[in-house]
Design a protein around this ligand. Structure first.
Ligand code: PEP
Ligand code: MN
Length: 296
């Protein structure tokens, strides 16, 4: 008898590329952002929600530059327990308010299965961070909300481990899953992580789920974000996720990898040509007023 374990890919029953006759397109709302179609999704915003002013200003700037999803952490998975842990529920309400002012959708991280329902009330997409990719209780909890899930690659996760984590979510009956490459641990401290762009075409051959790329965590260096974001789109990514802050030098987290508003705008200006070269297009520009002020 052959005692060797089955290769993990044999257990990819729902997310395997052959499980569906076409590639999945994940929409956050009708007519809104979608992942996996001709249009790419642009998720941008601060690492952490720090204040109402910060998130509203950032939402205005990224909407103006052409983003369609506001990112930002209300619950932050910090390496040190002494670092800022996020504004929690207040951060969620600020983010929802800021996004609604400028017609954006919201993606934000869930850290604890007990928070999945409350985050799902405010967000359009729930993010599983790299540190939690194999937290199976959390994967089930976010799956059960029925909301689209952004599943980041673990710090040192193989493609099979990552896809099996997606399979956990899919098993809840929720197959609205988008994968996010955000770099893996490497031997070289020159960049924060090693951004693995080869997984974008590789995953397209393994799963019907779309993949986006986060060049901010993937490199850790603001100067590398635009070139690697463009390269991600050229490689076929369904979207990008980028950290943007009104004043990166004073950001409470990840300032080194955050773009200023001007840097994000010029990055976005270079995007349509690259997208067009691979048969993709950018979301429609936000047409509303950019001077909206939040109710006080
Ligand atoms: C984030 O997106 O803010 C984040 C914490 O990313 P990651 O889980 O990829 O480290
Ligand atoms: Mn961050």
């Amino acid at each position: 008898m052959n005692a060797r374990p089955l290769p993990p890919s044999r257990d990819l029953r729902l997310v395997h590329v052959d499980a569906r006759d076409r590639r999945s397109i994940i929409s956050l709302r009708p007519g809104g952002p979608s992942f996996g179609g001709e249009e790419i999704a642009i998720c941008a915003g601060p690492c952490a929600v720090e204040s109402r002013e910060q998130i509203v200003a950032t939402a205005a700037a990224v909407a103006h530059a052409g983003a369609n999803v506001l990112r930002g952490g209300a619950y932050k998975p910090r390496t040190s327990p002494y670092s800022f842990q996020g504004l929690g529920r207040d951060g969620l309400t600020m983010m929802r308010e800021a996004a609604d002012l400028f017609g954006l959708s919201v993606v934000t991280e869930v850290l604890d299965p007990r928070d999945a329902e409350i985050v799902a009330e405010f967000a359009d997409m729930l993010q599983i961070g790299a540190r939690n990719m194999q937290n199976t209780a959390l994967l089930r909890a976010v799956g059960e909300t029925g909301k689209p899930v952004l599943l980041k690659r673990g710090l040192a996760a193989t493609v099979d481990e990552w896809l099996l984590a997606a399979e956990y979510i899919a098993l809840t009956g929720n197959e609205k899953i988008v994968l996010c490459e955000r770099g893996v641990r490497s031997f070289d401290p020159s960049t924060r992580n090693l951004l693995d762009l080869a997984v974008v075409p590789l995953l397209a051959s393994r799963t019907h789920l779309p993949t986006i790329v986060d060049p901010s965590h993937g490199t850790g260096l603001a100067g590398l974000v635009a070139p690697m974001g463009l390269a991600a789109v050229a490689a076929g990514a369904a979207g990008i996720m980028v950290e943007v802050h009104p004043d990166p030098a004073s950001a409470v987290s990840d300032g080194m990898q955050s773009l200023t508003f001007a840097e994000f705008e010029s990055f976005m200006e270079s995007m349509p040509a690259v997208a067009a070269a691979v048969g993709r297009r950018l979301p429609k520009h936000y047409a509303g007023s950019l001077n909206a002020t939040p109710p006080s």
